[in-house]
Design a protein around this ligand. Structure first.
Ligand SMILES: Cc1cc2nc3c(=O)[nH]c(=O)nc-3n(C[C@H](O)[C@H](O)[C@H](O)COP(=O)(O)OP(=O)(O)OC[C@H]3O[C@@H](n4cnc5c(N)ncnc54)[C@H](O)[C@@H]3O)c2cc1C
Length: 414
């Protein structure tokens, strides 16, 4: 962690220490929940200047990239200056329409989406393209399809095909991403949306993943009991239809809001599921009933703060490369402000490997930092999710505190 600037180290130590304290975390979670859902102007961080400053000094600057292009560019440069090989940037704005603005009736009495709904899709597309322009070749754009508003959300919930207006928007986003030499992933959502979203993701990959390295990645949530079957379905379709498969693997962030029976009963089962999915991709293992098909071109992005999972996957990947066995492109990433001890280790491993090998032959995955940008009020939902995650990972958070303390002590005595 010697590579972290002292200001970040100190802020990280103070915040992460507070997050290991139940006395602090419980009221902080309740407050963030109120701030992310309240419609009162007094509790709106973009209207209340004092609240805005307070949130910026505490959580916002730690977890978010900035409120505008200038601030984001500074954060991205700082992250890359630390040594990360790339960033993943997402736009936090979530559009909430007044239900009265959603539908209009034509002369025959049929309800259709209002012009405002179509404007919302356009605003979302422009915001996403603006985000893309803030990253560079080699970086990822994180796309939240629900941000496109009611036309997207309603069709996703009803598991209908992607509406034409969204197909066009996604085509434009994908082609601009490709031209820039970046890639994009689709963030995973709650289950009520996810089946529809998976179908759309497959359609987008089918249209745009034409080269060996995928342009578009879908997210698989390992905590779901159906996640391995879902992965096998992705593999089957990619193999049969000849497109490349991009998988971003997470454990899943919505355990507190999901139908519990859909999720593995115990954390250990989620861990096993996560590692099995990573292993299936890295070993290019076809589902049992499709052994006659060739595994498709594929890539895996390991999005996790869990060091044992990362170590297992990286070891498998390296073993296969050293034994000249086929595998897939592997990359790793953590969220800004979280698991810096793991991120720094990954960066260091990559740099060490670069010293003895050329970039083309490197057997160590690149390390990325994932961040969101938007005004302080727009990022409240995102910040609330990060706090929930910390609550569920007290042991790991304590590990991070210990690592930060050790580094601070090393600087004091050194
Ligand atoms: C770069 C990046 C991008 C991400 N993008 C998304 C996204 O698009 N969508 C999304 O949903 N999440 C996303 N996440 C969050 C992710 O899903 C996890 O919530 C978070 O990373 C914590 O899991 P972990 O793998 O880091 O490890 P750990 O901290 O070891 O695991 C914690 C996770 O285990 C699971 N878990 C905890 N308790 C139990 C239990 N009792 N039973 C079963 N399972 C349990 C939960 O999924 C919990 O989040 C992202 C994370 C990263 C690092």
């Amino acid at each position: 962690m010697g590579r972290l600037p002292t200001k970040i180290l100190l802020r990280s130590l103070i915040l992460t220490s507070l997050m290991t304290s139940k006395v602090f975390l419980k009221p902080a979670l309740a407050l963030l929940n109120v701030l992310s859902t309240s419609s009162s102007p007094l509790l709106n961080a973009d209207r209340n200047t004092i609240l805005n400053k307070l949130l910026r000094w505490t959580v916002y600057n730690h977890f978010c990239a900035g409120t505008n292009r200038q601030e984001v560019s500074k954060t991205v440069a700082q992250i890359k200056g630390i040594g990360y090989q790339g960033v993943i940037l997402g736009y936090s704005r979530e559009i909430v329409l007044d239900p009265n603005e959603k539908l209009t009736r034509d002369e025959s009495g049929t309800s259709t989406y209002s012009d405002k709904c179509y404007e919302t899709v356009e605003e979302w597309k422009n915001g996403t393209l603006e985000t893309l322009r803030m990253v560079e070749a080699g970086d990822f754009l994180a796309v939240k399809l629900t941000g496109a508003g009611p036309i997207a959300v309603d069709a996703m919930v009803a598991k209908r095909p992607m509406p034409e207006v969204l197909v066009k928007a996604m085509d434009e986003i994908c082609s601009m991403t490709d031209q820039q030499g970046s890639r994009l992933w689709l963030d995973a959502e709650q289950q009520v949306l996810q089946t529809g979203l998976d179908n759309w993701a497959i359609e987008i990959m089918r249209r745009h993943n034409k080269t060996e390295t995928p342009l578009v990645y879908n997210t698989i949530q390992g905590y779901l009991k159906a996640s391995k079957a879902n992965l096998d379905n992705h593999i089957r379709l990619a193999a049969q239809e000849g497109w490349s498969l991009g998988i971003k693997l997470v454990r899943g962030a919505y355990i507190e809001h999901e139908t519990r029976s859909l999720i593995h009963d115990a954390k250990e089962e989620t861990d096993e599921s996560y590692d099995l999915i990573a292993d299936t991709m890295l070993c290019r293992r076809m589902p049992e009933d499709l052994k006659q098909l060739k595994f498709p071109n594929a890539a895996l992005f390991l999005a996790t703060h869990n060091a044992p999972s990362a170590a297992k996957a990286i070891a498998t990947h390296q073993d296969r490369l050293l034994a000249h066995k086929p595998t897939v492109l592997l990359e790793c990433g953590q969220i800004q402000g979280m698991a810096d001890e793991l991120s720094c280790e990954l960066v260091q491993n990559y740099e060490r490997a670069m010293e003895v090998s050329s970039a083309a032959n490197i057997s160590v995955p690149k390390a990325f930092k994932c961040m969101a940008w938007g005004s302080v009020a727009e990022c409240m939902q995102y910040l609330h999710r990060r706090a929930i995650e910390n609550k569920g990972a007290v042991e790991r958070t304590q590990h991070m505190v210990n690592a930060l303390r050790q580094e601070l002590w090393r600087r004091i005595i050194g």
